[in-house]
Design a protein around this ligand. Sequence first.
Ligand code: GDG
Length: 735
Amino acid sequence: MSKIHIVSNRLPVSIENGPQGMQVTPSVGGLATGMRSIYKEYGGQWIGWSGIASDGLSEQEVEAIDEKLVDENCVAVHLSNEEINLYYEGFSNNIIWPLFHYFAQFIDYNPDYWEAYIKVNRKFADKALEILEDGDTIWVHDYQLLLVPEMIKAEKPGVTIGFFLHIPFPSFEVFRILPWRKELIKGMLGADLIGFHTYDYERHFFSSVRRLLGYEVSFNQIHMEDRIIMADAFPMGIDYAKFSGKAKEVSQKSLQEKSELHRELEKYFLGSPDRKLILSIDRLDYTKGIPNRLRGFELFLERFPQFRNKVTLIMLVVPSRAAVEQYKLLKSEVDELVGKINGRFGGINYTPVWYFYRSLPFDNLIELYSSSDVALVTPVRDGMNLVAKEYIASRVNQTGVMILSEMAGVVKEMGEAIIINPNNDAEIAEAIYQALNMPLEEQRERMKLLQQRISRYDVFKWASEFLKGLKKIEAIQQKFLAKRITNSVKKDLVGQFKKAKRRAIFLDYDGTLVGFHNDPQAASPDQELHKLLVKLEEDKKNTVTIISGRDRDTLERWLGDHHVNLIVEHGVWLKNYGSEWQMIDNINSNWKPIIRPILENFVDRTPGTFIEEKNYSLVWHYRKAEPEQGELRANDLKDELRDWISNHNLELMEGNKVIEVKAGGINKGMAAMRFLKDQQFDCILAIGDDWTDEYMFRELPESAITIKVGLKNTAAAYKVESVNSVRSLLKSLGE
Ligand code: GDG
């Protein structure tokens, strides 16, 4: 059975070197829970760092760790202190983390970090490659391992790779700041499926793929030279049953059974019936908006004095990355703000902010969730934010109000929360006021809907949806690859071709014989192409026809010396070798004065675009336009042309970054068939790359060898990846 493996920076276990040797304890975090159900079920391994630097360990200790991990189906990547400093603290947490959360000012552009990041990603990939077999699936997690998918794909293309990013993917304008942006994005593209928490991150990613690498994105698929892959949004869920179950259990405990924290919380509420508790839980991180939250709470107490002595903000801040300068500064800022608020509004019997700077056991966490009337979640940027979901799951009596930042990924699933902009203190203060005054009935209505949604899409559903996505892309890839010309197919085709006595060869030009250029006039044939054509022409059994959308003059100038026929302007003109140009059918062009001004208007509004005028068609080129604007305008243009097209019997052809308007009824298929009429061929070969060639593939007799360049859907019988593959095939045919 093919297996499913996981790779993440940390293994889902904690390891302690105690008096009894190495102790391994499984972690209880959300990702660990969600993934454990998968990799164990599918007989896979989890690859990651053990959490202990290897340079403090003896060889025996390293072996002991490896041995202990076998029982957990885990494989350790051993990292030294220096590697952790440079790859993890350095590149991951001092470059990618701030940048992807829009804190570009915090980036430390240290080239050593980059070198270490490559080296350590390679270590992870190598460890994975040791256990991967063709047909296996591997799911790579998060921003520490962006290069791993490409590293694995390069060595083992038969492995299906998923990648999930747990933090936001920033807009292109921010992502482009990085010197290593192309390498990172190429690294991710090694995956077959790339998952994000939200559609916004997905579209930012597509935008970077288009702009940095020029790949075409259609719907959620990315077409690369020789592969097609997919990206999609999979909002991560929590282990809902675990949180709601524990909350139920906690609520049913007797006073004696309750923890000290829980008893203290209950005592607080007994003090007065008006007492309310607002909860805030995060790692100490500048992305979480902790100072904003405190400022909002301060303003609330200032503006609504009736709530002083009655409302407490309980703030759990879990220490994180404490050695980094920005985190130290943040810690001082938070300490100061808490002191200021408590000093300003506190008294003998009232402390406005209860501040815990540590982490608490799971049971305490649940007690906090279930005792708090309001959850205040105000990140300035957050990939998802699971705390928000955990609060919802823990509200067994269905009361409680969620105040949520619009900058957290989770907001997409929580329309019933009170949504705030975390940079607007006044809005936070107002939201707290609204939350505290919300009638119980309304709280229940909102909470019910939230609970329904969050419980349905839990962490198990998330993981299984992602795996379904992987299956889907595998099927798409299979379909796209089905028609590919493999070595044995190539051998058969060449054999069939060689056996024939009279062969008609139709070759499209751009995208088939030569690659695309920003300037269409720069695509003249190179020496290799001239030689290839000569080889084909020399064989008297061959009749070669170049069939293109180009104009007469250009193709005649470029290929006039060859013994080939030319069909141009998608079938308007034919020039048999040695004869004059003739029009294949009677066509008029009295529609041009109507269409030209429309195209001109689009040229004026879209920098980088231009019009090419052919005898019987007008072409709008947008290859040089800024890619997204180009696509948008192309859609607008098609819309605008629609009525004209049907009223004037015109045809709109969409090529590769071109929109062409021409007289209707004329196309490459019709032209090729006219050419073949009254002639006897026992082999017909047609190769083309775009939409306009599909006419030819459809019209030619079924016995024809039709070949599409590129991986898109096609009516052709076969596919090849690129211009290079076409040339290699033609070479074999000419030999
Ligand atoms: C990253 C992304 C994305 C917190 N304090 C304690 C404690 N926690 C647990 C919470 C929650 C987790 O930590 C925090 O998860 P978040 O999602 O809120 O935030 P990040 O750690 O920044 O996670 C984030 C996530 O990845 C998943 O993709 O949502 O956007 O930044 O589960 O319960 N747990 C215990 N004691 C504590 O004191 N036991």
